[in-house]
Design a protein around this ligand. Structure first.
Ligand SMILES: Cc1cc2nc3c(=O)[nH]c(=O)nc-3n(C[C@H](O)[C@H](O)[C@H](O)COP(=O)(O)OP(=O)(O)OC[C@H]3O[C@@H](n4cnc5c(N)ncnc54)[C@H](O)[C@@H]3O)c2cc1C
Length: 414
């Protein structure tokens, strides 16, 4: 009998929303539980590289991306104090030629909204705070502080870096403070049109870096300013800060980047946490997805991209007619864990490379950028060919207990 699996998803961030949207596209109505009263995202930008964009296209969101996103011309690496150009990697057109799609920069709220628009509102319960999950024979049960239990064939924890589902499955273990804090801000073009730039700038300094890029169709400029610090004292992982505190952390940096930081308003400060790669995400009929499974430093700009890939691939497995739930989760882990583990570790390594303090090490790094610019201009600063070239939409389930493979899905909204 080819009964469709009943699926429950805990957490309505980018990962949870992508999973539900991908399942719906395949004719499955999974149920989403989100603890907040409304879907919401941090007021900041997000870079979507081709591996993520392929999924958004497959979900029928190409026109929306073209309308709300911004396609950067290039990424430029700069010396923190002199402003010297260390590398220039072309993006618009070049990414399309090399990886099949452009890169897009978006406001996070726009990205989440476009995914949520693909979800059936009748399959969503807001204000539902999950407190635990357990396996019960051939099903799994999620418990909530304020709602009835939910029983399903599969429960997916897409509840972020502080995942309750993960704690429930594998025991509570706090994420690791990585020694990095970051300030995030968005500067509206209406106030400061002079800062909107067609190129992404990566200012590389000792013990820190600053990334700036245009979002919202060029109507705003996004800033991420990262600085190393030994301690994160706050209990919360983001706290209000001031422009002055941020500027102090980048004292002595090039006037161009300081001018941009000076235009930031309502500044928040974040502690950056990650975890070591896991050896297992699933137990019985319960699994993890996105930051709940593999929280990472944002230095490869891949956390949300990995959550999208997880969601799309897990949906393609759960939707296979007649598939056994545990077999689907087994194949999901086999496909996803090696890649996300490598991305987690590469993000850490990139932070070290960005933040070098020794002038000799910096010289060697910058010289290698120069060399790569000559040998392979489209890869010079990116160093992420293997990340961008992955195509989750080409994944096909395999195995003995799979009744049939999945055909290319029709977009929900044309
Ligand atoms: C500074 C910075 C810059 C970044 N830039 C990029 C970038 O450019 N590109 C990129 O791809 N990634 C980027 N990332 C990473 C990206 O933001 C995350 O990896 C991504 O948002 C994770 O999505 P998620 O859905 O897994 O988790 P989350 O976004 O954390 O969503 C989890 C959801 O679960 C809900 N929830 C939590 N607990 C419960 C519970 N107990 N019950 C019910 N619901 C619950 C939460 O309310 C939330 O809605 C960046 C991260 C940072 C910090």
């Amino acid at each position: 009998m080819n009964r469709k699996l009943r699926v429950g998803v805990i957490g309505g961030g980018i990962g949870g929303a992508a999973l539900i949207a991908s399942l719906r596209q395949r004719g499955m109505e999974a149920h989403l539980f989100e603890r907040t009263a409304a879907f919401r995202e941090v007021g900041a930008g997000v870079q979507m590289s081709p591996n993520a964009v392929k999924i958004l296209y497959a979900l029928g969101l190409r026109d929306t991306l073209d309308r709300l996103g911004y396609v950067p011309e290039a990424v430029i690496g700069r010396h923190w104090r002199t402003g010297r150009e260390n590398f220039r990697t072309p993006q618009a057109g070049a990414c399309r030629r090399m990886f099949g799609t452009d890169c897009y920069h978006l406001h996070r709220a726009d990205l989440l909204a476009m995914l949520v628009n693909l979800i059936n509102p009748r399959q969503v319960t807001m204000n539902a705070h999950c407190i635990s999950v357990t396996n019960h024979g051939q099903t799994a049960v999620a418990r909530f502080s304020d709602h009835e239990d939910f029983e399903a064939d599969v429960i997916v924890g897409a509840d972020g870096v502080h995942s309750v589902v993960r704690d429930s499955l594998f025991g509570a273990e706090a994420p690791l403070f990585t020694g990095n804090i970051c300030w995030r801000a968005v500067i509206p073009a209406a106030l400061h049109p002079e800062f909107i730039s067609p190129v992404t700038a990566v200012w590389q300094g000792p013990n820190g870096h600053v990334v700036t890029y245009a979002i919202s169709g060029g109507n705003a400029q996004n800033i991420v300013a990262v600085s190393e610090t030994p301690h994160w004292m706050a209990e919360s992982w983001h706290v209000p800060s001031t422009r002055e505190e941020m500027l102090q952390a980048f004292a002595g940096w090039h006037p161009d980047v300081l001018r941009e930081l000076s235009a930031a308003e309502s500044v928040f400060k974040w502690g950056l946490f990650d975890r070591d790669p896991m050896e297992q995400w699933s137990k019985g009929h319960i699994t993890l997805l996105g930051d709940a499974a593999h929280p990472m430093l944002p230095f490869l700009a891949q956390g949300a991209a990995m959550a999208l890939e997880d969601g799309y691939i897990l949906a393609s497995l759960l939707a296979v007619p007649g598939i056994d739930a545990t077999e689907a989760l087994h194949q999901y882990e086999a496909e996803r864990m090696p890649r996300t583990s490598r991305v987690q570790l590469s993000a850490r390594a990139r932070g070290k490379r960005f933040h070098l303090t020794s002038p000799w090490q910096q010289f060697k790094r910058d010289f290698s950028y120069k060399l790569k610019t000559i040998l392979s201009p489209h890869a010079a600063g990116q160093e992420a060919h293997w990340v961008f070239s992955y195509d989750a939409t080409a994944f096909r389930p395999a195995g003995r207990r799979v009744a049939s493979s999945v055909s290319a899905p029709e977009p929900v909204n044309g």
